[in-house]
Design a protein around this ligand. Structure first.
Ligand code: FAD
Length: 622
């Protein structure tokens, strides 16, 4: 074998990888490439340079130049900014993969787990100018020749995933498909320094990644995020029923001529919607059409017209029941969407044949869009037995997009960069509360971002938020406001179904409210009261007298302590709960009855509840 032959073979293997058109195909071509060229994909810090050395034909030069340019940005510090940091990313959607790329460039060890093994979403995402620039700089055109053709400002979700998957692999990201994240596993109490740290419970449970210890976990698993500890805000609008439909694109000249309908402008075209309704009985609030791998339509339909056209069979108040598959006439839905698409494109698309989806069915979906979710916070830190874990959300898990505007990818990538910036700060040893406060400050900007109000200087974009947000105030949230996002070992948050659903109410980590300190403070505050002897944070509080004493010490006029009866457990507690809520704004965590029903109160709840008193009273009681 000559040198030339080897170069040609390497080049061919790499082209096979680049041209692979499915998720599985890509992973397979990658593994063949690595095997034949004797590259070790697990050697993440050297993989990219070894690959470049092994594949050096002219065909690939342009791609290497692009990726090198990116990798040489100062923020990455020559791939060493986060050396030694180990990251688990849950979900191989566009945002999970985009985050993986940034973390790999920073020098982290990155593992992505994805529960599926196919990229099958035909639906199309709108790209903002900066995302087009960003993807081009990652070599989009190499992976998907049509990427920059014409005035295209959109891409199908699967094409986007496919190219990001390839870039991730090139940069040394480890990717596992058919692996589902179940939950976080706390580090056990350990005798030795190097015992296991944070791990993940996975399905299948015997997967080798179950033994992976990580310092950072990123929830990129879409709208139904599985990571505990994040509460969600819900934006409830008026009832909105959305329909997406994909038709086969045969790329004929006739099809090429048909004009796209860009969402934003069209919403204001009332005449169109009136005519549509008159001619067809279809009543829409908006419609978008993108010509991509498929002819893709997304529209918001009014309920009455869906009922009139027989798409929805019976009218129910609860949306879930309304849109349940047994209340939807699938044939009528297919006609409805096709008719709307036909009218919207002025009957110019020659044959509207449905593309086939993942399940082998015509690719049309109808779903409820009434509620959109956003996570209350973007990140938190957990600490257990000396192991800290940075937990962050990106993409739809963080902020759900409005599909007709397709903001998912644009805002999703911004959050991916912001998250990578946070990981960098963390690896550099910035204080936990500082990086959490900074992350929350930046997160506040995200829902307001538009293509117009972010920086136009795309060439300067890095993961440093200051390069992207013109009016950035990265300290608008102060460290003391994010103490609740530092969750230490005492909260036991990870247990499913426990306190985890109420993360806003969690005990705060602040050096002062460590339980031992809290106990001492409570003892001092309640000393000398009849029938009160605080020796712990559980049973000592059951009869309610200690709580009443705590309040009485602070504001004697609020409670007539002498009149209280030790036996009256429910009443004493309820009294304290009510007074504390009314006078100090401290939310009760349980009821008087509940206290009476239990042998002793739950420690976590009590720590949480008493910390509130500590915070409210300590200034006056020091
Ligand atoms: P996603 O793209 O949702 O990716 C999440 C990934 O995580 C998925 O691959 C999923 O399989 C994986 N995953 C989930 N749970 C686990 C787990 N426990 N363990 C391991 N992996 C897990 N936006 C639009 O603008 N227009 C559209 O028409 C449109 N259609 C969509 C259709 C579907 C079916 C879905 C799911 C989303 C759609 N979106 C659409 C949203 C859009 O895809 C996202 O905004 C965009 O892809 C960025 O999302 P993401 O990467 O955060 O999450």
């Amino acid at each position: 074998e000559t040198e030339d032959e080897r170069t040609a073979q390497a080049s061919q293997l790499f082209e096979n990888f680049v041209q692979a058109s499915t998720c599985k195909g890509t992973l397979q071509a990658f593994s063949i490439l690595c095997r034949q060229l004797e590259l070790d994909p697990l050697d993440h810090s050297n993989f990219f340079s070894s690959l470049k050395a092994a594949v050096s034909s002219w065909k690939v030069k342009a791609l290497w130049t692009k990726l090198d340019k990116r990798a040489q940005q100062k923020v990455y510090n020559q791939n060493k900014a986060c050396q030694g940091t180990r990251c688990l990313i849950i979900g191989g959607g566009p945002c999970g993969l985009r985050t993986a790329i940034e973390l790999a460039l920073l020098g982290c060890k990155v593992v992505v787990i994805e529960k599926r093994d196919t990229f099958s979403r035909n639906n199309v995402l709108h790209l903002w100018p900066y995302t087009i620039h960003d993807l081009r700089a990652l070599g989009a055109k190499k992976f998907y020749g049509k990427f920059c053709a014409g005035a295209i400002d959109h891409i199908s979700i699967r094409q986007l995933q496919l190219m990001l998957l390839k870039v991730s692999l090139i940069l040394g990201v480890e990717i596992h498909v058919n692996v589902e994240f179940v939950q976080l596993l706390e580090p056990p109490e350990q005798q030795t320094e190097d015992g296991p740290g944070w791990r993940a419970e996975l399905r299948p449970s015997n997967h080798p990644i179950s033994d992976f210890d990580f310092d950072v976990v990123i929830g990129a698993d879409g709208r139904r995020s599985t990571l505990d500890g994040f509460s969600r805000k819900e934006f409830r609008g008026k009832l909105a029923i959305a329909i997406t439909a994909n038709f086969v694109n045969r790329n004929t000249t006739a099809e090429a001529k048909v004009e796209e309908i860009s969402g934003v402008a069209f919403i204001f075209n009332q005449k169109f919607f009136l005519e549509l309704k008159e001619d067809t009985g279809i009543d829409l609030e908006n419609i978008v059409y993108y010509k991509d791998n498929t002819h893709y339509f997304v529209m918001t339909a009014k309920k009455q017209s869906l009922l009139d056209k027989g798409v929805i069979i019976n009218d129910y108040i609860e949306t879930e029941r309304l849109l349940n598959s047994d209340n939807v006439n699938q044939e009528a839905l297919l006609s409805y969407a096709r008719e709307a698409a036909d009218f919207g494109t002025n009957y110019q698309l020659p044959s509207l044949d449905y593309a086939i989806n993942h399940y082998g069915e015509p690719d049309v979906t109808m779903f409820d869009f009434t509620c959109m979710y956003a996570s209350e916070n973007a990140a938190l830190i957990r600490e257990k037995h000396g192991h800290e874990l940075l937990v962050a959300l990106v993409g739809d898990s963080l902020l759900e997009p409005f599909w007709p505007m397709g903001t998912g990818c644009a805002r999703g990538f911004l959050a991916a960069f912001d998250t990578a910036w946070m990981v960098r700060g963390w690896a550099q040893g910035k204080s936990s509360l500082e990086i959490l406060a900074e992350r929350e400050s930046i997160y506040r900007l995200l829902p307001q971002t538009t293509p117009e109000n972010i920086s136009k200087n795309f060439e300067q974009y890095t993961i440093d938020p200051a390069t992207r947000y013109p009016n950035l105030n990265s300290s608008c949230v102060r460290p003391h406001q994010v103490r609740h996002l530092f969750i230490d070992g005492h909260s036991g948050l990870v247990e499913k179904g426990g306190l985890s659903r109420r993360p806003v109410n969690l005990p705060r980590k602040e050096s002062e409210v460590r339980p031992s300190r809290l106990l001492t403070w409570c003892q001092n505050q309640t000393r000398g009261y009849r029938g009160v002897d605080v020796t712990n944070l559980t049973s000592s509080w059951r009869n309610g007298l200690a709580l009443c004493a705590l309040i009485h010490r602070q504001r004697p006029e609020l409670i007539d302590f002498d009149s209280l009866n030790e036996e009256d457990v429910a009443r004493n507690n309820q009294l304290a709960f009510d007074v504390a809520e009314r006078e100090f704004g401290i939310q009760p965590v349980t009821t008087g009855k509940e206290m009476a029903a239990r042998a002793e109160p739950d420690k976590l709840l009590m720590v949480l509840y008493l910390s509130r008193f500590f915070e409210a009273f300590r200034k006056s009681s020091l």
